[in-house]
Write a protein that binds this ligand. Structure first.
Ligand code: DGT
Ligand code: CA
Ligand code: CA
Ligand code: ZN
Length: 599
């Protein structure tokens, strides 16, 4: 998380707390400032360093907010926010993570029932006290109770989109130690496998001087607390995320990286292959134990072990690999397996048979087919979104503003007449932007409860591309609904097919195999929405889609130019679904894309 993101989070919390105490208008200006700070291309630190006035260059930041930014950058806290926290001692972020609980509700529940955290909320909901407060009923109480359980599981894990930048910042910092102690440095664990949520961040370092690496790690200025620090291991907490460091000697780096990348079940598969070959695999290396007794124990070591090392018994027999990860796999007669596949879902058999997929790469994606502008709920003009897509390197972009309908914020969705008018505006903007990019004219229509699409046929007929997405009624079985939308003659892409929101709501129940087969049959692409809150389709669903013969598309659903950068989360999610370049619609060139759309 960048400093701008941290500050934006503080401003959002500010807004929530003001709103909870009934303050009007002001919360809106904090939210707007939060959004602009998040999207601002320069870091607030550098703006502050340039002199206090620099931060006022950010839209929506006047004198008062500028002072708070300076205060935050200089002291790491905002006094007024601390006061608000004391006044209303509630766990705002966790409570509002319960679907259906907003800041106002948090304020009311605190005033009426003294609710401070999730446990309190659960207690009063179970005791049926919420329904007695005016404005609440039995239904909202039941919804809250259902939301609590989901929020509880969810709050334990961070989003990939938050943990990844945080992990990368830590890695860069640790690797940048001036004394050259770090020989290699990599992120491991679920972060390296690009899982959609992350329990903790694992950082692995190769060094002959673990002490100085541990010291640098624990000195990180973004750490809120050091949890523990040993001779070659340490843990800290930053932005609510636990981060583990492990330092190993360079010749064991490959085996340690393989081990700490996981998944656990994948590693068990690798270990079993090793046993069949009279080898022993662990975090220290691959060892030939054919000369040893059947229990694999031996006093012999490779010289690395010492009496202080309780694990030294793990370094037994003749060492045959460990320096590189590729060498680890080679020792058990396997090609290297990409981290995204290491989930014990057939990847070892596929690797052994020479059937590993050649996974799609970020660079292969040529365009974004799901982009919003200020015509609906985006924040930037058509022209800006086109120009920035070109700058990002895209060969084409499709403007897909929301059509009006349920689940779309009032007044932001476009009626049929607006869509007709927008077509001309997109053509004008395309002409005005001085960039070599192909612009398609599309829409994001709603999929109604019965699978109908919220835009007239005549308008749909005129558009280059139609994304249809579910935005409301996101519980219960949605299979028929999606299949009906797929069968619609004008629909080209199903956007965020399940409607899930990570850590908030699970989305539609789907017989996804049926959906995937329908999509394959009707030539409709299924989206991997790259927004880190969604990652919808999931990796598992991508795999089902591809096995059914369906095409996927990886899009950002950008509401601002900075969001084009989120594409990587979608691509790695597609890779977790074994996607190859030919499976991905927007990896085709513009002619190939248009041929798909014309079919
Ligand atoms: P997370 O942090 O919950 O998102 O998931 P991971 O996969 O990052 O798990 P973590 O941080 O507990 O451990 C990192 C890797 O280390 C894990 O993927 C596999 C390996 N590992 C950790 N503990 C064990 C263990 O008890 N047995 C085995 N076989 N591997 C382990
Ligand atoms: Ca981890
Ligand atoms: Ca860990
Ligand atoms: Zn959208």
């Amino acid at each position: 998380m960048s400093r701008n993101d941290e500050l934006a989070d503080r401003f959002e919390e500010f807004a929530d707390r003001l709103e909870a105490t009934g303050v009007e208008y002001k919360p809106q200006s904090y939210r707007r400032a939060a959004e602009n700070v998040r999207a601002y291309p320069e870091s607030v630190e550098s703006l502050v360093a340039d002199g206090g006035d620099g931060v006022e260059a950010i839209e929506g930041v006047g004198e008062a907010l500028a002072a708070k930014i300076v205060e935050y950058v200089e002291t790491g806290a905002i006094e007024e926010l601390e006061e608000l926290r004391t006044e209303l001692p509630v766990d705002m972020a966790t409570l509002t993570s319960v679907e259906g609980v907003g800041p106002k509700t948090v304020g009311t529940l605190y005033d009426e029932l003294g609710v401070e955290d999730l446990d309190d909320l659960e207690t009063v909901a179970r005791e049926e006290k919420i329904r007695e407060i005016s404005g609440f009923g039995a239904t909202s109480e039941e919804n809250i109770l259902a939301g609590i359980e989901f929020a509880r599981q969810a709050n334990e894990r961070s989003l990939l989109g938050d943990a990844r930048p945080l992990g990368e910042a830590l890695m860069e910092y640790v690797a940048g130690g001036a004394d050259g102690a770090v020989e290699r440095c990599e992120l491991g664990g679920s972060l390296r496998r690009w899982r959609e949520t992350i329990g903790d961040v694992d950082l692995l370092v190769a060094s002959d001087d673990p002490g100085s690496v541990v010291e640098r790690f624990t000195d990180w200025d973004r750490a809120d607390a050091v949890i523990e620090a040993g001779t070659s291991k340490a843990s800290l907490r930053a932005n609510g995320v636990r981060m583990d460091l492990r330092v190993v000697v360079p010749k064991e780096f490959g085996s340690a990286l393989q081990y700490f990348t996981g998944s656990r079940d994948h590693n068990i598969g690798v270990r079993n292959r090793a046993i069949e070959r009279d080898l022993k695999v662990n975090e220290y290396g691959v060892f030939d134990v054919s000369e040893l007794g059947s229990d694999g124990s031996s006093d012999e070591s490779d010289g690395v072990s010492d009496v202080d090392d309780p694990e030294s018994g793990q370094r037994v027999g003749e060492r045959v690999a460990g320096e590189t990860e590729a060498g680890m796999y080679e020792a058990v007669d396997l090609p290297p397996i990409p981290p995204e596949l290491r989930e014990d879902s057939g990847e070892i058999d596929a690797a052994a048979a020479g059937d590993l997929p050649v996974l799609v790469e970020l660079d292969a994606v040529r365009g974004d087919l799901h982009v919003h502008t200020d015509w609906s709920d985006g924040k930037h003009s058509i022209e800006e979104m086109i120009a920035d897509a070109a700058e990002f390197g895209h060969e084409y972009v499709c403007i897909t503003d929301h059509a009006s309908g349920p689940g779309i914020v009032a007044d932001t969705g476009l009626a049929d007449d607006d869509l007709r008018e927008q077509r001309g505006a997109i053509e004008d903007a395309t002409a005005a932007v001085d960039a070599d990019i192909d612009v398609l004219c599309g829409v994001e229509a709603n999929i109604d409860a019965d699978g109908g699409v919220s835009v007239g046929d005549e308008v749909l007929d005129d558009l280059d591309l139609v994304v249809a997405s579910p935005h409301s009624g996101l519980d219960g079985d949605g299979t028929d609904r999606l299949v009906t939308a797929i069968e619609h003659p004008h629909v080209d892409v199903i956007g965020h097919p399940t409607g899930r929101y990570l850590n908030r709501r699970p989305g539609l129940d789907l017989d996804f195999e049926r959906v995937a087969h329908a999509a394959a049959e009707h030539g409709v692409a299924l989206e991997v929405n790259a927004n880190p809150h969604r990652l919808d389709l999931s990796g598992g669903a991508v795999r089902t889609a591809i096995e059914a013969g369906a095409t996927i598309t990886v899009d950002t659903d950008a509401h601002r130019p900075a969001s084009y950068e989120l594409l990587r989360y979608g691509v790695h999610t597609a890779r977790r679904g074994w996607a190859e370049v030919d499976d991905v619609l927007n990896a085709r060139d513009a002619a190939g894309l248009r041929a798909f759309l014309a079919d």
